[in-house]
Design a protein around this ligand. Structure first.
Ligand code: FPP
Length: 224
């Protein structure tokens, strides 16, 4: 059975779900947050150490302002209402991506990271304003500036996922088969599951089914 230390998720399908059932994309994001809560609980139950959630990409800035503001309000309320409880549960929050939001949200994110920084049970990496290509460019620039060697170890060390093992498993919901500029370097040997369900419909049972299938895979890492 494969060990499972790190699960990464592209939570796709909120907008379509919202339009289909509530005539509003934002309603889909709200419902998507409920799925985040469900999967969080299940991740703890499964004793998984790292969970990386793609919440906002560098490309998502192209969306209408109303949707962007709604997403950040959801995130703000989530942090205000839930960070104490996450902290009590020994859960660490780390932001990957560049924090260039409103001063209020930037401060809230930094405080939440600081408060939970020593927690050990589960680390949630929230990818916000995250883009893998930008992350790689920054890493290469730092290597160049510090006159270091371009090798696998140094590149990994300059990524925002430094000290985090690469994802064993990537799940993308929403019936779309692409990586959307997410962890392109880190996913090199991950097992990838594309799920038909839209993120708000994805549930504990689906998550555990994927984990069960993952555990049975023969992972070769290029070997035989
Ligand atoms: C992709 O679906 C989803 C997002 C861009 C946002 C994800 C946000 C949440 C799940 C809620 C907030 C989460 C936290 C942690 C506070 P889409 O809108 O691209 O869906 P579509 O493909 O149907 O348009």
């Amino acid at each position: 059975m494969n060990p499972l230390r790190h699960v990464a998720i592209i939570m796709d399908g909120n907008g379509r779900w919202g339009l289909r059932y509530k005539n509003s994309r934002n309603a889909g994001h709200k419902a998507g947050l409920n799925t985040v809560e469900k999967i969080l609980k299940e991740t703890v139950k499964n004793k998984i150490r790292f969970l990386t959630l793609y919440a906002f990409s560098t490309e998502n800035w192209k969306r209408p302002k109303k949707e962007i503001n709604y997403l950040f309000d959801l995130l703000e309320n989530f942090l205000i209402n839930r960070i104490e409880e996450l902290h009590k549960q020994n859960i660490k929050l780390k932001i990957i991506g560049f924090k260039n939001f409103s001063p209020k949200l930037n401060k809230l994110l930094s405080l939440s990271e600081k408060k939970t920084s020593k927690n050990k049970k589960l680390q949630i990496n929230l990818a916000l304003n995250y883009g893998s290509k930008t992350e790689l460019i920054h890493a290469f620039k730092k290597i160049y500036k510090n006159k270091e060697r371009v090798n696998e170890k140094n590149i990994s060390n300059y990524l925002q996922t430094k000290d985090i093992p690469d994802p064993d498993l990537l799940i993308r919901t929403g019936n779309t088969k692409r990586l959307s500029n997410f962890l392109l370097w880190q996913l090199a040997y991950s097992e990838i599951f594309f799920e038909k369900k839209l993120w708000p419909d994805f549930n504990e049972k689906d998550f555990n089914r994927v984990i069960k299938s993952y555990k049975k895979i023969k992972r070769n890492f290029g070997n035989i």
